[in-house]
Design a protein around this ligand. Sequence first.
Ligand code: ADP
Length: 658
Amino acid sequence: MFKKILIANRGEIACRVMRTARRMGIATVAVYSDADAEALHVREADKAVRIGPPPSAQSYLNIERIVAACRETGVEAVHPGYGFLSENHLFAEALAKAGIVFIGPPAAAIAAMGDKIASKKLAQVAGVASVPGNLEVIPDAETAARIARGIGYPVMIKASAGGGGKGMRTAYNDAEAREGFGSATHEAKSSFGDDRVFIEKYIEEPRHIEIQVLGDSFGKVIYLGERECSIQRRHQKVIEEAPSPFLDAKTRAAMGAQAVALAKAVNYRSAGTVEFIVDRQRNFYFLEMNTRLQVEHPVTEMATGLDLVEWMIRIAAGEPLPFAQTDIKFAGSAIEARVYAEDPRRNFLPSIGRLVRYRPPEGDGIRVDAGVDEGAEIGVNYDPMIAKLVAHAATRAEAIRRLRGALDAFYIRGPRHNIDFLAALIAKKRFAEGRLSTDFIADEFPRGFAAEVGPDEVERFVLAAGAAQFIAAERDARIEGQVSADASIERDWVVCLGHARHPLAIARDGARLAVERDGKRHEIATDWRPGEPLLRATIDGTAAIFQIDRAGIGFTLTHGGGALDLKVLTPRAAELLARMPEKQAPDLSRFLLSPMPGLLVSLAVAEGQEVRTGDTLAVIEAMKMENVLRAERHGTIKTLRAKAGDSLGVDQVILEFA
Ligand code: ADP
């Protein structure tokens, strides 16, 4: 076995690979850019080598520099993680030349699967079903429309070099096919330096289901079941689970057999993933093969009990796989949620900043893979993922319940994050029923995400806020030295929620609080102390975790994907508050604001021009994605306030309507 390996990556995946290496008694070397000098992966490694300035191209993508770091530290092998150089066959070749083992597939398999057009041709030969379409490179917009018509709408225009959901457009008619050709080509060029696109049938209401394969150097390939990753936003995975609630044993076996056939066709070795898109009739079609460890591999690990990184390392060291297909057993259900630094309330625009507070949850069946700790900086240079939260349990329903509790307890302050959105998502009835598709988020959140609290849940928020205020008042009374504290504590409180007033009468009853509301009695048990970020309470026998933040004279409570600002006041103070004038929010509907920081690529309109709902107004590039801003109503353009080439801040005015 290797004595020392280098991890050519950062963040959670670097930490995750090191965890297994350490357990196997292998020493670890980290690499880092200047932005990561104090990062967790650097601190956790036995040794760390600086490889360059923050931009990835000059550090984590710098093959020469990383190979040099391998030489300097005398490592025998390199694990590439995912992203960065993990699917770069030139990196695998450079390592081979330097006599260093690449913990991954052969360079030829990476190259064969690195291009969507080439890999689909290969899949056809291997007898693997692909999405119906046309595997020719599209030369121009007119041809795009003609070929799309031939395939039959809707279609998907895709970058052959694509990845990460970039360079991908759906089209429902000729006009969209022409426009999609232009923007997909442009995005592909800027993201991958390769503007080849092709067109395939768009499968409607599809599910994304992928098969994990594992192959050794002796020609044995097995599959470790599937992961369903249908919950996506902009073709990027948000929630993944194993097993899929949709597959039957027959379909699973058929998909597994095709995945293994494809892997064998390219002499695959190591862990890899064959992605399929599955339609409502359970027809499945090959999408692409990822020749590396996937972000969502933990759900497979939890469902099979196997450590994929361990097997990647063992296989790279020349060990044969000691198990057969029939030895692979699945237990329970595992669900992963990706926690990102982004603002779901503002169309998920990326967020950055210091993790002022970072408290991951713990518990039975809970796994958190993170590359950060409190105080870490989420910057602009890299992927905005903060952590992966995985819950495993005997049944899917129980795994969902555990994941909900863990999301409620995951306390992050600093950058904006998507935890409440994830909680709201998995709280949906349709999620519980397993009726998933890649349209799930668009269908279930048609107007975006607003962290709403359901009417039946409001009462629990009101009671929790009342309890928190009462406990804070008890403590104040104690601090003020009043010996028999409870005698002097206010009994009557009013919870103010917007204009609504909820009067409560609260009294201590031993370890519990007795609360009267609308003539009904409630019982609350909590050991919360003022200042703690989590209020764990049992309200009328049901346990719940609320995140609690001071907000002016009130609290913000967050739970189950909803957040409310509540003030708990004495009746007199509540009356005074009711008489205060309210602030009016300014009317911004006459302006087109930039929803994210980015580059204004183009403006599609001129001053004085009339536009109709849906017309393109501007194109903004942010995080290497092109975002088309469209008119939300009919109107006339009065003034342009920005020009192509400008860098825009969030909410910067782009143009004004008359
Ligand atoms: P990338 O390499 O950028 O991740 P993929 O080909 O793996 O691109 O596709 C990503 C996602 O896009 C899929 O999971 C699916 O949601 C959607 N998608 C891709 N191709 C199709 C298609 N033909 N029909 C419907 N959805 C598709």
